[in-house]
Write a protein that binds this ligand. Sequence first.
Ligand SMILES: Cc1cc2nc3c(=O)[nH]c(=O)nc-3n(C[C@H](O)[C@H](O)[C@H](O)COP(=O)(O)OP(=O)(O)OC[C@H]3O[C@@H](n4cnc5c(N)ncnc54)[C@H](O)[C@@H]3O)c2cc1C
Length: 434
Amino acid sequence: MLATAIGILGGGLTGLTLGSLLPESEVLERDEVVGGLCRSRTTNGFTYDIGGSHVLFSRNKSTMRYMEEALGNNIERRVRNTKIFFKGKYLKYPFENGLSDLSPEDNFECLTGYIQSYYARHMNESPRPQNFEEWMYYRFGKGITEKYLLPYNEKIWKIRAREMSLKWIEGRIPDPPIEDVIKSSLGIRTEGYVHQLNFLYPRTGGIQALTDKIAEKCSSVRTNCEVKRISKERNEFLVQLSESEMSYSKLVSTIPLPSLIKCLDNVPEEVERAAGELKYNSLISIILGMSVPKTKDYSWVYFPGETGLFHRVSFPSNYSPEVAPEGNCSVLAEITCHQGDRIWNMSDAELVEDTVKGLDELEVIRKDDVVFSDLTRMTPAYVIYDVEYDRNIKIVKDFIRQQGIEICGRFGEFEYLNMDACIERAMSLADDIK
Ligand SMILES: Cc1cc2nc3c(=O)[nH]c(=O)nc-3n(C[C@H](O)[C@H](O)[C@H](O)COP(=O)(O)OP(=O)(O)OC[C@H]3O[C@@H](n4cnc5c(N)ncnc54)[C@H](O)[C@@H]3O)c2cc1C
């Protein structure tokens, strides 16, 4: 049995960042390749992110510096050009900043609904919302909610908005001032959600170029090491893998919380139940290699409508020309589902066919131009904040804390964290540990 100071479970972005900052540590990754959701693949000259399209942005300067330093000069800089596909038109994103692109009737309904909800809130005539659906009506009014917010969100989350809590919303859904919405309705340009207005993307290698570079800074990374069981003997954590056992004086877990609970002995029934009730979505990513140099000029487009199972489609070769062979381009479609549901049970060929057909019907691509396709399934992909989330997460985190195991990252902490937040949390935990 080998002994190292700190064991880090999971070699996604969070685990690798921790490994890069903690000199006497070792990262244990289940899969053959590190990166987790931030992984890319290159086939037939097309490079694509297999956990859906990833771009780099952050309000936090030290996080941004960390990412830029890791990538060195392997960087492309872009200004976001994002749209919402609605009734055959590409509207400016976010929806409430593109109202003048709507038909006059839709524009009027959205604006009056927005103003009515604004006054109801300010005159205290609206009851406080108790779930995500009520919040949409409360904050944006009937028009914007029913035309865009509700159908889009139920398409991506795959649960009813009224079963979701409000916990995750702040900072994730644009919160525009009323003046901007009136301007947008009148056709006066406003930018709206500027958080990811400027973003970076690796020139070569896809998003995995970042995780690979961070992995190089770690003192030890072991792949094909699935953590099966964790126990404690005196002051050491014993981590059982398929064919060996490791020993660490400190343990940080970035693997999904429900998987961590399954690795522990003597877990109280209440904790097991709470961990089992934590909800998440899975993701299917479909890459299409095209024989033409460009299909659309956009970064990515949201699809709230019913055509196609995809809710978002990105155009990776607009992030970097190096991700497709010369004269070709690529299109990446994202579909969410729950393991075992109707979509998950569709074959890869059926999913690709549905995507190509849908994109062709919407004139995003021409199906005859598709020269390559690949599909990947990732689980888990998104944390779902259902109305039971607060209660369940508290029970599970309290128990983990009692075990003396640190948790960090998107599924390690079971929070809706983007890459920059994962790096921030890893930096802060590494400082505490040091
Ligand atoms: C569709 C999509 C698009 C996104 N786009 C962006 C974006 O544009 N910008 C952005 O900032 N963020 C984006 N994100 C968020 C980003 O992917 C995450 O914040 C980040 O990748 C989380 O990293 P992590 O290491 O915490 O988790 P993960 O990537 O899930 O890593 C966990 C690791 O643990 C390993 N593991 C699991 N079980 C075990 C076990 N038993 N033993 C050992 N190892 C195990 C897994 O294999 C995995 O490598 C996006 C997410 C999705 C789903």
